[in-house]
Design a binder for this molecule. Structure first.
Ligand SMILES: Nc1nc2c(ncn2[C@@H]2O[C@H](COP(=O)(O)OP(=O)(O)O)[C@@H](O)[C@H]2O)c(=O)[nH]1
Ligand SMILES: [Mg+2]
Length: 399
């Protein structure tokens, strides 16, 4: 588990206290209600990302790839069109309804003034801003960044269409050196920003056509680290699984969150109704495993999208998958997996224990926690490994 994760937030502690109090002073139904409330709150966390920059800089294309979409799919943002709208347009993530990417009108191409721009686009709704340029950044970009800073929000400078620069340099220079070219572009952007009074700018070089390359994985890591805990998870789950680094961050984040599900299953284990804890544990396991599967992009659509982007046939990617979870995540499947592990035995013991008043409940609690934790950890490792192998194949990385 990564050291920089501290997934137990103030909210978690507050919720745990409320549940504990409900268990001590009120009824079990009331405690179960509190658990439901708490889980709903976690899954309702909204993430709003604002993308701004001049018309033609590649905002809409970037918004589409962040949503795991191509340019011409049903819900894609239109690309290659001159912007005429003067207001922010939201684009929902197709698989994570709580994530919205906002296409903001470019500051230099509209009637907006930097002083009023943020008010006009409703700055308060956004968690952070991405300022995109396919060229040098302009004075307007820097003024906007300053205003965003004054509003105590984060922003990131993204220099887009790096693939075009690389291609052009390759054609132009005999002894082309990619690192050198990237270094020059970076230097150029940083100097431009400094000239306009931006102190220590960090610029992320990105190609929406070749997302795994260049600085995209670093951008994700930086955004993620600067977000509060509960939002960090939402970002990581929704970001396309396009690099080994992102795959690893996803795994670490999901691992750091397993305790939550185990905790719910432990709370339910104290309720002495035959089979209840078992069926709740199965429900939790299925829900969480489905979420892992989506987060790692192992579903058909995500594999197809990865195949298209990397020019590797999707059948070759699918052939690498080992975990049986990739074929089916159903109740039967999970029960089958459970019976193969010591987990099943533990669950049975747990049920027997929960029928013994007082002493039994506490032991059942611990067993249920352990079983759920153990199972989720196993499934997570399996799926993360499959996802990693798929990525290595797609990105042609040697072991
Ligand atoms: N080579 C290259 N072209 C890009 C990239 N991103 C966008 N474009 C192209 O740049 C043009 C403008 O992109 P668009 O996303 O519509 O820009 P917007 O006006 O800022 O929304 C389109 O023709 C895109 O295909 C990229 O990463 N690499
Ligand atoms: Mg656009």
């Amino acid at each position: 588990m990564a050291d920089d994760y501290c997934e137990i937030s103030e909210d978690d502690i507050k919720a745990a206290r409320q549940i504990e109090e409900a268990l001590e002073n009120e009824s079990l139904t009331s405690a179960a209600g509190k658990i439901q409330e708490y889980l709903k709150k976690i899954s309702d966390v909204q993430l709003n990302i604002a993308i701004t920059g001049e018309s033609g800089s590649g905002k809409s294309t970037f918004i589409n790839v962040l949503r795991g979409l191509g340019d011409e799919e049903e819900f894609s943002a239109p690309t290659g069109v001159v912007e005429t709208t003067q207001k922010a347009t939201p684009y929902q993530h197709p698989k994570h309804q709580n994530v919205k990417l906002w296409d903001l009108p470019g500051i230099g191409t509209t009637n907006f003034k930097p002083e009023t721009y943020l008010q006009q686009v409703g700055f308060d709704c956004y968690d952070f801003f991405i300022i995109v340029s396919s060229d040098r950044f302009r004075v307007n970009d820097v003024n906007l960044a300053k205003k965003i800073q004054e509003m105590k929000k984060s922003f990131y400078f993204v220099r887009s269409k790096i693939d075009s620069n690389i291609d052009a340099e390759k054609k132009r220079k005999k002894n082309f050196n990619q690192d050198e070219t990237l270094q020059n572009i970076r230097q150029n952007c940083v100097e431009g920003l400094r000239d306009h009074g931006q102190g220590f700018p960090q610029v992320f070089l990105i190609s929406s056509f070749e997302l795994p390359l260049y600085d995209f994985p670093n951008l994700v890591e930086t955004m993620e680290k600067e977000l509060p805990d509960h939002k960090r998870r939402v970002l990581l789950l929704s970001i396309p699984n396009m690099s080994l680094k992102i795959n690893q961050r996803k795994k670490e984040n999901l691992q750091a969150n397993i305790w939550r599900s185990a905790f719910v299953s432990a709370c339910v284990a104290v309720i002495p109704i035959p089979g209840l804890s078992f069926s709740v544990d199965i429900t939790i396991l299925i829900r969480e495993i489905r979420m892992y599967y989506q987060a790692f992009g192992l579903d058909n659509e995500s594999l197809k999208s990865l195949a298209d982007r990397t020019n590797v046939p999707v059948e070759e990617l699918k052939a690498i998958l080992k975990s049986p979870l990739n074929k089916e995540i159903s109740q039967d499947m999970v029960i089958k997996m459970l019976t193969k592990t010591t987990g099943a035995t533990l669950m049975l013991v747990e049920y027997l224990l929960s029928t013994i008043p007082v002493f039994g409940s506490t032991a059942a609690c611990g067993i249920s926690y352990g079983t759920t934790y153990y199972m989720l950890n196993n499934c997570l490792n399996e799926l993360a490994e499959d996802a990693q192998n798929v990525l290595m194949k797609a990105l042609k990385v040697d072991e």
